[in-house]
Design a binder for this molecule. Structure first.
Ligand code: LUZ
Ligand code: MOS
Length: 754
């Protein structure tokens, strides 16, 4: 583990000095935007009467699709999403108009004065119903390996079942928002809380009918993203930009929490079925699954998320015969979107459910089936990638040993024998998560490094800081490569005019992609500065290196400082700026065959979860989650540990308590924090132990430090099965159900069903 550098934002955050969109000091004449959205989930717009709202004092203009000079279209993967609805609405919360006024309060008042008549059409809210009616976003996709049909004939056990996993609200602390203002010559600058600044630039240029170079998008930092701002920060920015284009005034548009929760998409709920076949010695021979993804009313990122479900449908297991199919089902809910794990968790929940069901029917502990099927070196994933540098078995065995699973199981056995009201359960949850955007062309990044003549450094990348501390990691890479202290380096905002054509900060790959670009740029600068130093010191080039702001000769510190070398470079007119591009090597994927090598590597790990269920009340406590996690060679253990803990809590929330409820009319019932519960300090595990798996690290990861953002979320899946085991202890008649979140209500029903 490398020496830990403190998160550069920690002091600013603590003091409340860090800047978010809402903190930007507004310019003179700033106006405020507010969306008018559909109250109905599906229907034809008969009439919208804006007359009363328009004459309200302080209302400047109400924008609709009629004000769009380019195209009324913001769909990223598929062009199926209007910025403002024209003739029909497809979900409750769909934007129809944009009120611009002197203040937010006036805009809000104006919104209440708009009268809309909609002729209602039939509403679909579930994926199953959409499939029955043939309502899809795009064509289904299937991954196949071997032959499941033939293999099932030879299996000793064949188990079938169904699962449901609910959506999840991102609940980033900072809601969606932007501040857009006019520059000269029709150019517009937008500061946004987005994971994808380039996506906003593209969409804005299309909707406004101007070239990309007229739009500059700047991102300071985000108060959380979790995927919710990968695609869905775009609409708000584009709306504001349309208003700027017409009014030539600055527009601020920050959503209040209620609007944000109501109008934005969430993690996709999935309804799935599975069929799993095993031999007598518990080897899984065949696995089939059909995933019905509830995509909502427009594509958004659904096709890419569906794809990742297929990639992770076998989690960390090797199964020779696989057939998985995913349907992106079009419903009348807000378009669901990226959420930490990106369809992977939904896929993993199904295979874990299948194994649990099989274990129950065969009458063995689930962990024996898991253990017998962990993927090993040179096994093939169903999509053709050969597994190398596999840590599935290693992390599994380490977790069992380091946390003394035998003793834990014995203690639980004794506890359950002695207690009738409280029952304990334990589960193991292994993970294997593929790192890279599954869409190969997206795996690239650039860095722009300026060394100023006083020796200080300005660093720009395409990485967006959203609380994951990627900026700190970027500074670490630069500091280590240039041999200067981190205090000399400033991380600039993420800006489309400095670093262009970026992929969104997503897929856990941001530090790898941008860090490697930083590394390349810094190495190029270093070559020049080493040459200058070797001349200044009259020593061999090979003996020169930099460390702690000084030149080293054969690893011994000289008197020549970094500043002096930089000053000399200026005199010699040597370039002190470098711009580097990095594209992940080796990866590929052929969608016509659904085969390839899409991931630069996998992240592995194993979590042991133990819980106690109160069998009178149906409530439960998570006693401990004990994890052996594959960090590679962590470059900043404090930050990486924070990612594991945060992701775990978020995964547990998804599996146990976060319950999204839409009514039959497609309206969100769980639309506030009083009706939507996320984990708090009382509901997180009483104990979280994390032990780094001892490995050499992976060459494909930045400084061998593996991606860490998303993988640990899936440890949370273990909680579902630990609770299930405890329920079964109390009620042997309990029939396993795979319907998350496993809320206390469901636990209570399970405890007393006969
Ligand atoms: N976003 C994306 C992601 O566009 N492609 C991906 O593969 C991905 N994976 C995880 C999270 N976000
Ligand atoms: Mo994401 S789910 O925006 O990495």
């Amino acid at each position: 583990m490398t020496k830990t550098m403190k998160n550069i934002d920690s002091i600013g955050h603590l003091r409340g000095e860090s800047l978010f969109v809402d903190d930007i000091i507004t310019k003179q004449n700033t106006l405020y935007g507010l969306v008018f959205d559909s109250p109905i989930a599906h229907g034809k717009i008969v009439n919208v009467d804006y007359s009363k709202a328009e004459i309200l004092e302080g209302v400047v203009k109400i924008f609709t699709y009629k004000d769009i000079l380019g195209v009324n279209q913001i769909g990223g993967i598929i062009a199926d999403e209007e910025l403002w609805a024209e003739k029909e609405v497809h979900f409750a919360g769909q934007p129809i108009a944009f009120i611009v006024a002197d203040s937010e309060a006036i805009a809000k008042k104006a919104r209440s004065l708009i009268n809309i008549k909609i002729k209602e059409l039939p509403i679909i809210t579930s994926a199953k119903e959409a499939k029955e009616k043939g309502s899809f976003i795009n064509a289904p996709r299937s991954f196949r390996s071997g032959s499941t049909k033939e293999s099932f004939d030879q299996c000793d056990y064949i188990i079938e079942g169904e699962t449901f996993s609910n959506g999840q609200e991102h609940l980033y602390l900072e809601t969606q928002g932007c501040y857009a203002y006019p520059m000269e010559n029709g150019n517009i600058k937008i500061t946004s809380s987005t994971q994808g600044p380039t996506q906003i630039q593209i969409a804005t240029s299309k909707v406004l009918g101007v070239s990309m170079h007229k739009i500059e998008v700047d991102v300071i930092r985000l108060g959380g993203g979790f995927g919710g701002k990968e695609d869905q920060a775009t609409a708000w920015a584009v709306m504001s930009a349309v208003a700027v284009q017409h009014l030539k005034k600055p527009i601020k548009h920050v959503l209040n929490r209620h609007d944000d929760i109501r109008m934005t998409g969430k993690r996709h709920p999935y309804e799935s079925t599975f069929k799993i076949g095993l031999t007598k010695n518990l080897k899984i021979q065949a696995f089939e699954a059909e995933f019905l993804q509830n995509s909502g009313a427009a594509a958004d990122l659904s096709p890419a998320i569906a794809e990742r479900t297929l990639f992770h449908a076998t989690n960390s297991y090797f199964i020779p015969n696989v057939k998985t199919t995913v349907y992106s089902c079009k419903t009348n809910l807000p378009p669901n979107t990226a959420f930490r794990g990106f369809g992977g968790p939904q896929g993993m929940f199904v295979i874990e459910s299948a194994i649990a069901q099989a274990a129950d029917e065969i009458g063995v502990n689930k962990r024996y089936i898991q253990e017998a099927n962990l993927i090993a070196e040179n096994d093939k994933f169903s999509y053709g990638q050969i597994a190398t540098k596999v840590e599935a078995g290693n992390s599994w065995t380490s977790a069992k040993e380091k946390f003394d699973l035998k003793k834990l199981e014995k203690d639980i056995l004794n506890f359950n024998a002695e207690n009738s009201r409280f029952k304990k359960g334990v589960s193991l949850m292994p993970i294997a998560f593929g790192i890279s955007f599954t869409n190969t062309p997206m795996n690239h990044a650039r860095a722009l490094v300026h060394i100023y003549q006083d020796g200080s450094v300005g660093l720009s990348t395409g990485a967006v800081e959203m609380g994951q501390s990627v900026n700190t990691k970027m500074i670490q890479v630069a500091s280590q490569t240039l041999g200067i202290s981190s205090s000399k380096i400033k991380l600039e905002t993420t800006n489309t005019t400095r670093v262009a054509n970026t992929s969104p900060s997503a897929a856990s790959a941001t530090a790898d992609l941008n860090g490697n670009a930083v590394l390349k740029a810094c190495k190029l600068l270093m070559e020049r500065l080493r040459k200058i130093s070797s001349k200044m010191l009259s020593v061999d080039l090979d003996s020169i290196s930099f460390e702690n702001d000084f030149v080293l000769i054969k690893n011994k510190r000289s008197d020549l400082s970094w500043e002096k070398v930089v000053a000399q470079a200026m005199l010699e007119r040597v370039a002190l700026t470098e711009n580097s591009h990095y594209a992940t090597p080796q990866i590929n994927f052929d969608k016509t065959k659904e085969k390839g090598h899409p991931f630069s590597y996998h992240v592995y790990g194993t979590a042991i979860t133990s819980v106690t269920v109160d069998c009178l009340r149906g409530t439960y406590k998570i006693d401990a989650v004990q994890i052996v996690h594959d960090f590679g060679k962590s470059m900043n253990y404090g930050i990486d540990l924070g990612q594991v803990e945060g992701a775990l809590a978020q995964g547990i929330g998804w599996m146990t308590m976060e319950e999204i409820v839409y009514n039959k009319k497609g309206q969100l019932m769980s639309n506030a924090l009083s009706s939507y519960k996320i984990p708090d300090i009382l509901s997180v595990p009483k104990k979280v132990d994390v032990i780094p798996l001892e490995t050499k690290g992976n060459e494909m990861a930045i400084l061998k430090s593996k991606a860490v953002g998303e993988p640990p979320l899936m440890y949370g899946i273990g909680t579902y099965f630990a609770i299930q085991n405890a329920v079964k202890e109390f009620n042997p008649n309990y029939k396993l159900k795979f319907h998350s979140p496993f809320t206390p209500e469901k636990v209570l029903m399970g405890l007393y069903e006969s």
